[in-house]
Design a protein around this ligand. Structure first.
Ligand SMILES: NC(=O)c1ccc[n+]([C@@H]2O[C@H](COP(=O)([O-])OP(=O)(O)OC[C@H]3O[C@@H](n4cnc5c(N)ncnc54)[C@H](O)[C@@H]3O)[C@@H](O)[C@H]2O)c1
Length: 1811
């Protein structure tokens, strides 16, 4: 094609676009000559190979007034190294030298990072410094980056100086250098700044391309292909055929490419310089989506690569609107692929809403619609009608349409359609545009009926396409093939045939391929023929290669090779081809297998002369029992051998006869009929093939793919409509074409012509399809899934058989169909060779998110069901591309079925699965492990602590599957195998409804499908304990592995074995238990995802059960749902049990997670960073050896009255002999002091190479730390300041172990490879463990170093240097900023990190600010560009970095002075952190008070002040005596000045108050909000004074809470050992007096004395125990009656007036006595009530809340009866913990508080007893 050709396509008339011819280039279009292209009326563009020498003169001539001006060459470092010398030398030859100052040079860093305002400023400063004036000319020598920057600088410098573009990349030559657009990036986006400034000259010097890396060449080719695609079909075809010439950088090819594109761009710019007519917007084809992809995939993806993907997606939009054929889309995709450009949309990296948001940022887009260039064919575009009446240009397309194409999920909307929107084939382009405009502007949800009658063409059959291509290539004459399948296989075949000299081209919008038959005269190609993974092409071409001759057919120059090499992908090289090769070699072919015998690659020698291949013909024997493709291959080539062929098929049964028949039928169509086989010797079939030439029919319509046809036909069946598939009929050669007859049997009307099939589904009132009974699908395996979908709504049961091989297709199709159908409410049973489907009416089914496992047939089959069942969402929308790329479009365009992106896409959910939390919590958890590991015991104990229902699988099997027969008896009678089968079946029955592990949709089936032995459906989530041998069968292992929520209970082998050997009730063991354990352990591990370890020798089952309970809560993601912290939240939230102030692992990184209605309250969170080498005993005690000695010394001193004032003094250790103190005791005490979470530095452990030992360490840590304390699991590499020096594989193994062990967080350093990180993230996707993406800025790192290499930490130094004086978001040097931004981006782990941690080393205090500022500025950008800001922690190491630790208020690591060493230099202890925060104003002193009267002897001040002291909080708690509610409120609101000590607090605002008698109930009405508990109790003891919201009338917001009940609850739970059930605390919404109590399961009774505020708290606490009866006794009976009425929702309440009469005489037993009356009442109760009813019953528990005076009459009485006594002071302390935690969101230093308060209390007691 010559460059004078018009780039416009004529095909798009009407609304289609025709671009006028470019101005023809002048001068010499030959490769060596110089061509000139005009733009905007000037001959500004020069194209040639060696332009450099002429440039200076040309410039001096054309810029006469600038003769004395300076030339400033701006380039980047890479280009400078390669080409700057040549350019400078050319100027020097013209007398313009650098030395003379006539030429200046400015070099930038390479790449996009240089395209910033800062670079421009630097350049401008240089120009000014060098006294450049208006006579200066700037020369941009480089790629688009340099071009854009220099262009913009030239536009504004001295109000505009000339710029010369000297582009060096292909992209810049064909695009960015032409047209005058210039631009700069800002952190918020690409190119928002810029100007139009036309270059004076554009020199396209092709020699520069020699040094361009291949990837950059491809990058430029994206813009080239874009240009051809939107306006020049002929150029496009040229590109398709010249890939190798372009890659070989042939001068002629490069010149052609550059000249063509330059000409088009020049023309477009000349017509529409400023983008007014719309013409210029066409250049944006692929860019709307491409820019968004680029923004989100930078820096890995180049501009052209992103545009390549953008083009595909924008072409898909055109296809979805019925404007572009799939054939043309496939051509575009093939062409991009050929130029090594990406075409796959990386959906996983591009969350839909982020892409939409990124597109919205584009200047050209408006809200609700986006500007998209819509192709109507290769070389033509359509412009939709628009309000501006623009004739030409991009169109506005609705966001919904774009979402539909970009979403990786698709929702089929039953009955929700437009009329089919595709224009009829004959309609004009205008009509097409109008129809598409309607479609493009509508959202597809309106519920209009399905169109009654539809016609659809399905994609061509692959088998037929391949055969027809080959036959036509070998035949005589031109054959126009219609309906060809566009797939990888056919593309490979076509390319191969082209390289063998067969000419073909696309016609009629790519819908027709014209193949000019080579009459059997094929020529050897220059290069090897690469066949990818296309098996059919490989087999067919093996025979064809033997027909090739080495001479050119028409006597042309014979540069051809004398052989053909066929090769392919590694997988292809494994596939057998031996029998075929042997048969060919035996017949005269010379074939050499180059790698493996019988496999590709092969070298096939060519025949020396034209016209006769190497094959003799005659008798040929071929083994046909492996692949029918061998037979077809030989059959197709046979007519071209020297003699007629007698082909005998040997080797037994011929496989896939159907395909051989297909080949023969097609040969007949091409004029070579072959008679039916005659039986040869031994009855082998023999085919006789004459020598002949195929006579190409002028036209051939490839039959549609019969498997693809099943979907539209099935849609007809289920919807009752009429659907015609226009290209599969009764003459079809394909097995799946029989599918319609099954539909007929089900009640559909089926009509067929030779080429069409029409199905009409049953209609009328409540029509039902009939089930099929048993159906053998052996001949139609690909259609079984379609049938299954139809049978799902048929009336009756269908068994689909003979499809066992479908288990090993794209996925286990049988299992996946079972799972996914089950999710929708269909009962399906797996058969040995198929499925049994119990149909249900569609109206009884429900939607589900279908997981397709990348299997196109699963997706399309469920789309069929989606036509009649609402809310069917199909994942992996793109998987249909394998065989039916336009499937979703056909649904809307031809079948009238609604298709949309789901409104809330599963992909838009955050990776923390918050949205799924509730439903995940409902999934069962399965426990596996050795017998004797404690599964049953612990399972039952855990279930008692939680709302899970425990199932012992063995028990369930016995009661259900075995009908009550014991396992041993069953085994004796039927053997183990039979038991194992029953075991797997029972387990499957429990798990099937949940098998894909996805959210809400599965939970609805829970109650209906899983029925337990008792016959009652369970509603609580299950905890299932399997027998130890469950892993013995493969089936059970597979089931468990697939289920994905399996915990291995791993108790130390020695402990298990000892237990088993001691258990005499078990059957005798054939194998020693330790051998069994050793054998099974890997099996357990393989099918479990979690591991709960019971450390060696640990037998404290109560505690272990609680730990396991926490573990189960964590992995089932209920940990955050029941956040204790929610107590501070407002009334709608959950009850606050058990520990009010405990933060959950997610709260740790939710700095603003503690919301109250008025504003966000920030509570700093932190974790203790451990540095031990071994946490097991006695190693830990050894590590503390010096401290133990110190403690001994201290205790001796203390005895002498000397007190220490350091960390040790606040550490409360067991008071026993200090010599017996263990390390565990000490570390436990440390972990109690304000620790939110604990970091296990795995790299510091001695044992990190041994996974079992590491697991043991985690188990120890759990035992040492308070229950449920989140563990942060870190493997810090040496490079990042840690000690881990292993390989990446070790790191990966260790990190995966952390997830498996249920640690709350794992740390992932960015330095590990992307694939390692990906593996971790993949494991995390199903787990509740959160991930910290951590990046340590190394010293002298990367690009930053090159700028400032002398500093110890270049990055931070640079930041500091740049920070002062710069406010706003871009505080730092561009390179540093951009480089670090890239690292931040990496640490976000593709947005899947829960927290980003960036650590640098601080040299000076300023570094703290610089890094924080940097992080803030990057986060600010992210907030704008990305949907999900991720909490970011920035820390500076070193002493100068301590400040950063105080200012970072989320997940701050801290140390403790007693640890072996600090985990990082500069780490502070928690008290130091608090002090520092206080000193710099981040943690102001707060005032707390006690309100009530009398309070002078209260212990509360001692309690709270001790806590402040222990954790270093600067707060103060004091007394404020009043019995007036009004006064109290005034104090709380800050209206009354406090008169008290210490002085610094006088007048300070109050942050919180404890409330006691007599105000507990009086203050309730004054609260602005109440916690849920306080509301139910009707009394408060705790007030938080929160900032008032805007518009609130009072100066504070008072929030009332109650912690008394928590104090009572915890004390009682300890004393009684009764389990606490959180859910029992929920008061039913409509509680009426006298209603049935919600729980009365256990026989538990209590007597409550009193009816005031504390009595109310006691009543509430009792609810959590599920009491049967509570008796209330009070002096004033009316108050007691009221109390009884208020709590009748919780249990039975009886008011008793006379204890002796009403209780003792009636023989009532009370388990608990709770006295809540002031001691002055001197209460005692009848002795009988305190006596144990029988010696076996536990003693009565007596609690008296009064503690002043210390001993009360009741407690003395209780002591006499040996009751279990709870003192008031104990309860006070317990409620104090909760109060502290509520106010400060910090775990209370419990032991320290207790010890200080009890000390003080004892002193008080002594004083009072002595006075
Ligand atoms: N103004 C416009 O109309 C327009 C149009 C398209 C793209 N652009 C802009 O162009 C930029 C992309 O241009 P680009 O792809 O040329 O990137 P680029 O300028 O960054 O160059 C790519 C890389 O190739 C190197 N390089 C350049 N020439 C080389 C040569 N001859 N040999 C070896 N290496 C060489 C560069 O140093 C650089 O590292 C983007 O900023 C984009 O926004 C602008």
């Amino acid at each position: 094609m010559s460059s004078s050709n018009t780039p416009a396509s004529a095909s798009g008339s009407g609304a289609g676009t025709a671009i006028a011819a470019p101005l023809p280039p002048q001068s010499d279009p030959s490769p060596s000559g110089v061509s000139v292209v005009g733009i905007l009326g000037h001959d500004a563009i020069r194209v040639g190979h060696d332009l450099l020498a002429s440039i200076p003169d040309d410039l001096c001539r054309s810029l006469p007034s600038k003769r004395n001006g300076k030339f400033v060459i701006v380039t980047d470092e890479t280009v400078a190294a390669l080409w700057l010398q040549n350019v400078v030398a050319a100027f020097a030859r013209a007398g313009l030298t650098v030395e003379s100052g006539a030429v200046l040079v400015f070099v930038l860093p390479p790449g996009e990072v240089a395209k910033t305002r800062e670079s421009k400023s630097e350049l401008e400063d240089l120009l000014i410094a060098k006294r450049c004036d208006r006579s200066t000319c700037l020369i941009a020598l480089g790629g688009g980056v340099v071009g854009d920057l220099v262009g913009y600088t030239a536009a504004s410098f001295m109000r505009g100086v000339p710029v010369v573009q000297l582009p060096t990349t292909l992209l810049a030559m064909v695009d960015s250098s032409i047209g005058g657009k210039t631009g700069l990036d800002t952190p918020l986006g690409k190119n928002p700044l810029g100007a139009f400034h036309q270059p004076h000259r554009i020199y396209l010097n092709l020699r520069f391309l020699e040094s361009l890396p291949d990837r950059q060449l491809s990058n430029g080719m994206a813009e080239v292909i874009k240009t051809a695609a939107f306006c020049d079909a002929q150029f496009f075809q040229w590109l398709e055929s010249n890939v190798e010439h372009v890659f070989a950088r042939s001068p002629a090819a490069l010149k052609h490419v550059v000249l063509e594109c330059a000409a088009v761009k020049a023309r477009v710019v000349t017509e529409d310089e400023k983008e007014i007519t719309g013409m210029r917007s066409l250049l944006n084809f692929g860019h709307t989506i491409g820019h968004a992809v680029e923004a989100l995939c930078q820096p890995e993806m180049l501009h052209g690569e992103a545009v390549s993907i953008g083009m595909i997606k924008e072409a898909e939009i055109a296809r979805s609107l019925g404007l572009l054929s799939q054939a043309n889309l496939a051509r575009l995709s093939d062409c991009l692929d050929a130029y090594e450009l990406p075409t796959q949309y990386p959906a996983a990296r591009l969350p839909l809403e982020r892409v939409m948001a990124a597109m919205a940022f584009d200047k050209k887009n408006q809200g609700g619609t986006k500007s998209v260039v819509l192709l109507s064919g290769i070389g033509s575009v359509v412009t939709l009608p628009n309000p501006q009446n623009k004739r030409i240009g991009a169109s506005q397309v609705t966001d919904d349409t774009i979402r539909r194409v970009l979403s990786s999920y698709v929702q089929v909307v039953p009955g929700a359609v437009q009329a089919p929107v595709a224009p009829p084939p004959s309609s004009s382009a205008t009509a097409a545009a109008t129809a598409a405009a309607a479609a493009a502007t509508t959202t597809t949800t309106a519920a209009t009926p399905l169109v009654a009658e539809s016609v659809v063409q399905v994609p061509g059959s692959k088998s037929i396409s391949n055969r027809v291509l080959l036959l036509a290539a070998l035949g005589t004459g031109t054959c126009r093939i219609r309906g060809l399948l566009h797939s990888d296989d056919t593309r490979v075949m076509l390319q191969a045939l082209k390289s063998l000299g067969v000419h073909s081209e696309f016609e009629n919008e790519g819908t027709v391929l014209a193949v000019r038959g080579a009459e059997g005269l094929l020529t050897a190609p220059q290069d090897d023929i690469y066949l990818g993974n296309a098996g059919t092409a490989a087999r067919f071409l093996t025979s064809v290669a033997a027909l090739v001759c080495s001479a050119a057919p028409t006597g042309g120059t014979s540069t051809a090779r004398s052989h053909v090499v066929l090769t392919g992908k590694p997988r292809m090289k494994e596939r057998p081809n031996g029998p075929l090769i042997s048969a060919l070699v035996a017949n005269g072919a010379s074939i050499e297998c180059l790698e493996k015998p019988g496999c590709l690659p092969i070298r096939v020698a060519c025949a020396p002369s034209a016209g006769s291949g190497t094959l003799r013909g005659g008798d040929v024997e071929l083994a046909a029992n492996i692949s029918s493709q061998y037979v077809s291959s030989l059959l197709i080539s046979a007519p071209y051998t020297q003699q007629p062929v007698r082909l005998r098929l040997v080797g037994g049964e011929v496989v896939s006869q159907l395909y051989i028949d297909m080949t023969l039928a097609l040969m007949k169509d091409f004029g070579v009929p072959v008679a039916a086989p005659v039986a040869g010797s031994g009855a082998d079939p023999v085919y006789q093939i004459p020598t002949a030439k195929y006579a190409n029919p002028p036209e051939y319509a490839v039959e549609g793919d019969a498997s693809s046809a099943t979907y539209p036909l099935a849609i007809a069946a289920v919807t009752g409509k009429k659907v015609t598939v226009a290209n599969v009929g009764k003459l079809s050669l394909q097995g799946d074409a029989q599918f319609c007859h099954l539909l007929a049997r089900m009640g559909c009307t089926v009509e067929q012509t030779d080429m069409t099939t029409t199905v009409t589904g049953p209609s009328g009132i409540a029509p039902r399809l009939r089930a099929l009974g048993t159906v053998d699908m052996g001949d139609m395996t690909d259609a079984f899934m379609t049938l299954a979908a139809v049978c799902a709504i048929a009336d009756g049961v269908t068994s689909i058989r003979n499809i066992a091989n479908q288990r090993v297709k794209e996925c286990n199709r049988i299992l996946v169909m079972l799972q996914e159908l089950t999710k929708m409410g269909i009962h399906v049973v797996e058969l040995e060779d198929g499925l049994e489907i119990h149909g249900r009416p569609a109206s009884e089914l429900h939607g589900a998110t279908i997981v397709c496992h990348d299997d196109h047939r699963i997706a399309m089959s469920f789309a069929v069901l989606g036509c009649v069942v609402p809310n069917v969402i199909i994942s992996e929308r793109a998987c249909v591309e394998k065989t039916y790329p336009e499937f979703w479009d056909d649904l809307t365009l031809h079948l009238g079925v609604g298709v949309q992106a789901p409104l809330s896409t599963p992909e838009s959910r955050t990776p923390t699965v918050d949205a799924n939390r509730q439903s995940l919590a409902e999934l069962p958890i399965v426990m596996v492990g050795m017998r004797g590991a404690g599964k049953s015991t612990l399972g039952a104990a855990v279930a008692a602590l939680d709302s899970r229902q425990f199932i012992d699988l063995d028990e369930l099997i016995v009661s259900t599957a075995l009908g009550g027969v014991s396992i041993l008896d069953h085994v004796a009678a039927h053997g183990w195998e039979s038991f194992r089968r029953a075991e797997t079946q029972t387990l499957r029955g429990l798990l099937v409804p949940f098998l894909d592990g996805s959210g809400a949709t599965t939970t609805t089936t829970t109650a209906t499908t899983t029925t337990l032995s008792s016959g009652t459906s369970h509603s609580k989530p299950l905890l299932i304990a399997c027998g130890g041998g469950v892993v013995e069968t493969e089936a059970a292992r597979q089931l468990l592995a697939q289920f994905g929520r399996v915990v291995l209970l791993h108790r130390h082998t020695d402990d298990v074995v000892a237990y088993l050997l001691s258990d005499k009730t078990r059957p005798t063991w054939n194998e020693h238990p330790s051998d069994i354990y050793a054998r099974r352990l890997p099996l357990y591990r393989a099918c479990s995802q979690y591991e709960f370890v019971i450390s060696r020798g640990d037998s404290n089952w109560t505690r272990i059960a609680r730990e396991l309970h926490e573990f189960v809560r964590f992995i089932s993601q209920t940990d955050s749902a029941a956040a204790g912290s929610s107590q501070l939240l407002y009334p709608s939230t959950q009850p606050s049990w058990p520990a009010a102030g405990r933060l959950t692992s997610l709260d740790l990184i939710r700095p603003n997670g503690w919301l109250h209605p008025t504003e966000e309250i920030r509570t700093p969170t932190g974790f203790l960073s451990l540095t031990f080498a071994d946490l097991t005993e006695p190693a830990l005690t050894n590590a503390f050896r010096p401290i133990v000695a110190q403690i001994q010394l201290d205790r001796a001193r203390q005895a002498q009255g000397v007190l220490r004032q350091d960390a040790l003094s606040r550490l409360i250790l067991p008071s026993r002999d200090p010599g017996s103190l263990t390390g565990t005791d000490i570390l436990s005490a440390i972990c109690e002091q304000g620790v939110h979470a604990i970091e296990l530095r795995v790299d510091l452990l001695d044992c990190w190479r041994d996974a079992t030992a590491v697991a043991e360490q985690v188990a120890c840590l759990r035992r040492i730390t308070p229950l449920g304390l989140p563990i942060i699991y870190t493997v810090r590499s040496v490079q990042h300041g840690g000690k881990f020096d292993g390989k990446e594989a070790d790191w990966l193994r260790l990190t995966l172990l952390g997830i498996r062990l249920g640690c709350a967080y794992v740390d992932v350093e960015t330095t590990w490879s992307a694939s390692a990180r990906e593996t971790v993230l993949k494991a995390l996707s199903a787990a509740n463990t959160r991930v910290i993406g951590s990046y340590h800025v190394p010293v002298g790192w990367g690009q930053v170093e090159s700028i400032e290499s002398s500093t110890p930490d270049a990055a931070v130094h640079l930041l500091r240097r740049a920070a002062p004086g710069l406010s706003g978001r871009v505080p730092v040097h561009h390179s540093a900023w951009n480089a670090l931004r890239g690292r931040f981006e990496e640490a976000r782990l593709g947005d899947r990190a829960h927290i980003v941690k960036v650590i640098a080393r601080a040299g000076t205090v300023e570094d703290n600010y610089a890094l924080a500022q940097l992080a803030a500025s990057i986060q600010a950008c992210e907030r704008d560009v990305k949907a999900k800001p991720i909490p970011t922690l920035t820390l500076c190491m070193g002493d100068a970095g301590s400040l950063s630790r105080a200012t970072s208020t989320m997940m701050t690591p801290f140390t403790h002075p007693l640890l072996p060493f600090k985990a990082a230099p500069g780490q502070l202890s928690l008290p130091s952190l608090h002090q520092l925060r206080n000193q710099i104003g981040l943690l102001p002193q707060q005032q707390f008070v006690l309100l009530g009267s009398p309070i002078q002897r209260s212990m509360s001040p001692t309690l709270h002040n001790a806590a402040f002291d222990a954790v270093g909080l600067p707060h103060r708690y004091s007394l404020c005596e009043t019995s007036s509610a009004d006064v109290a409120v005034q104090i709380l609101l800050g209206g009354a000045t406090l008169q008290q000590e210490p002085l610094e607090f006088a007048g300070a605002p109050v942050h919180g108050a404890s409330v006691t008698i007599p105000l507990k109930q009086d203050l309730v009405p004054h609260m602005h909000s109440l916690s849920k508990a306080a509301e139910v109790i009707g009394a408060i003891n705790t007030v938080s004074c929160l900032p008032a919201p805007v518009g609130h009338s009072a100066p504070k917001w008072l929030h009332g809470d109650n912690t008394d009940w928590l104090g009572i609850l915890h004390c009682l739970a300890r004393a009684t050992q009764w389990p606490v059930s959180e859910h029992l605390l929920t008061k039913p919404a409509r509680s009426a007096h006298g209603e049935q109590p919600i729980s009365s399961s256990a026989s538990r009774t209590a007597l409550v004395l009193g009816a005031g505020g504390t009595a109310r708290a006691a009543m509430y606490a009792l609810a959590a125990f599920g009491m049967s009866t509570v008796y209330v006794h009070n002096r004033t009976a009316a108050n007691a009656e009221q109390l009884a009425a208020d709590f009748s929702w919780a249990y039975k309440v009886e008011v008793v007036q006379d204890l002796a009469r009403d209780l003792v005489q009636r023989g009532v037993v009370v388990n608990v006595v709770l006295a809540t009356v002031p001691t002055s009442a001197g209460v005692t109760i009848p002795d009988a009530l305190l006596e144990q009813s029988t010696p076996a019953t536990p003693p009565v528990v007596v609690l008296d809340v009064a503690y002043i005076p210390p001993s009360t009459a009741l407690l003395e009485q209780a002591a006499r009866h040996n009751c279990t006594i709870i003192r008031g002071i104990d309860m006070l302390i317990e409620q104090g913990f909760a109060q502290f935690e509520l106010w400060h969101a910090l775990p209370a230093p419990r032991s320290y508080i207790r010890s200080v308060v009890l000390d003080a209390f004892e002193r008080m007691c002594e004083k009072s007893s002595s006075s």
